[in-house]
Design a protein around this ligand. Structure first.
Ligand code: FAD
Length: 409
């Protein structure tokens, strides 16, 4: 019988959370094994980065590769409803730090990050699926399904679950709790958009609010190659009403907004659309003895503010910092040093997500007389700086936003 493999940290999943965590732990000299179920490149939804994530990529030694990859430059977000339009330039914001970033095809982006983690010495194994964990001993024992069908075991000093919607540990350890959000879904695809150059700002994600239903919205995320990601988000019951294939339903729903229909009148719908639903998720705890949950394996709120990858990378940064102290023999408190600070930013986003769907935040951003200083504070949050407590819309987000909603109603 072959000896059980050993490593310092085993990471489940090579998405942004797993790759960034792997690189940061390698910088500390840890032995890192990343097990990824899929063969990369693989499709993933969620293509719009926020500028805050550039800081995490920089720390992980991945920024230069990302900059040189030629992804679509992004400097903000545009919001449209009927004939109302507003846009935020993230370079004009309350806090210091990156004001620009990229809109990325995730197949390429995730592969780049995983390759960068490998260059820094992490071992990444593709098509290796984690199927079970035993946390009863001092070293965690993880069971892995090899691509050829047999199982093997790995022992680690610590386990990071970065399995995204796979939610490996939440399922295996019964950590899942329902999300407070209604069950929403998205239908999406990539298209050759055919938008004439100059008629549209490709440097921004464009969010369109449905002309009749304020809680239904579309994203349009342009890429650098004349293609874009297009999707619609609504409660699952709303999406279920439109008949047909996913592509037919998406085209039908896009057609309900005249401006979006016009913008995409020359588009080539060359890739079958897909639907995902019930993605909002939560857990009882983001950590336990010998493990922590990163990114979507912990909590996922909602796609409206493109916060998913930023939260995933932030979780990797926080967890790597706690592990550095833990491995150095310094007492650590995962609740105080990991869960609480991570949730602070997540809760800021949650306040804005709740307000978006209730309509209040839509009134705020479309309001015609905006105070420049407040606008810069909102711009900071839309740029992902949801942990910056110098911003009153972070430190007192609920109260401040409620007041602003009343003023703008
Ligand atoms: P993932 O990127 O999902 O990576 C997890 C990896 O774990 C996967 O590669 C998977 O194959 C692997 N894995 C799963 N199970 C196992 C297993 N048993 N063993 C081994 N490996 C396993 N975010 C943004 O930042 N911008 C956006 O514009 C955006 N739009 C979105 C739109 C929609 C409709 C949705 C649903 C989400 C969107 N998101 C967006 C969120 C974004 O997709 C995620 O937050 C982000 O991918 C999370 O990264 P992660 O590393 O936690 O997980």
């Amino acid at each position: 019988m072959s000896p059980i493999e050993q490593c310092d940290v085993l990471i489940i999943g090579a998405g942004p959370a797993g790759a960034v965590a792997a690189a940061l732990l390698r910088q500390q000299g840890r032995q890192v094994l990343v097990l990824e179920r899929e063969q990369f490149p693989r499709f993933s939804i969620g293509e719009s980065l926020l500028p805050q994530s550039m800081e995490f990529l920089e720390q992980a030694g991945m920024l230069q590769t990302v900059v040189e990859a030629g992804f679509q430059f992004k400097n903000g977000a545009a919001f449209v409803q009927g004939n109302r339009y507003t846009d935020f330039d993230f370079r004009d914001k309350h806090c210091a730090g990156w004001g620009t970033t990229y809109q990325v095809q995730r197949a390429d982006f995730d592969q780049l990050l995983a390759q960068q983690a490998e260059r820094q010495g992490a071992v990444v194994r593709y098509r290796h699926t984690v199927t079970a964990v035993d946390l009863s001993a001092q070293r965690q024992r993880t069971t892995v399904r090899h691509p050829e069908g047999h199982d093997y075991a790995v022992e680690s000093r610590f386990l990071l679950d970065a399995s995204g919607f796979g939610r490996v540990l939440p399922r295996l350890l019964q950590l899942e709790t329902p999300s407070g959000f209604p069950v929403r879904g998205a239908i999406f695809t990539h298209i050759a958009d055919g938008i004439p150059s100059g008629s549209f700002d490709r440097n921004k994600i464009r969010i369109t609010v449905h002309p009749q239903h304020r809680d239904v919205w579309y994203w349009l995320i342009p890429f650098a190659n004349g293609r874009c990601s297009i999707g619609v988000v609504a409660e699952s019951s709303f999406l279920a009403v439109t008949p047909g294939t996913e592509t037919e339903r998406l085209r039908e729903l896009v057609g309900e907004d005249p401006a979006l229909r016009d913008l995409l009148q020359h588009a080539s719908w060359d890739t079958p659309a897909r639907q995902i639903q019930g993605y909002a998720a939560n857990v009882k705890s983001l950590w336990g003895d010998g493990y922590a949950l990163l990114g979507n394996a912990g909590e996922f709120l909602d796609p409206i503010f493109s916060s998913g990858m930023t939260i995933a990378m932030k979780s990797a940064q926080l967890a790597a910092a706690v592990l550095e102290r833990q491995f150095a023999g310094i007492a650590t408190d995962w609740e105080a040093d990991y869960a609480v600070p991570l949730k602070q930013g997540v809760d800021t986003f949650r306040t804005f997500v709740d307000s978006w769907y209730a309509g209040g935040f839509q009134d705020v951003i479309f309001h015609e007389q905006q105070e420049p200083q407040i606008r810069r504070m909102i711009s900071s949050i839309l740029a992902g700086y949801a942990w910056d407590r110098s911003n009153p819309y972070v430190s007192e987000s609920k109260r401040r936003l409620a007041t602003l909603e009343q003023l703008c109603a």
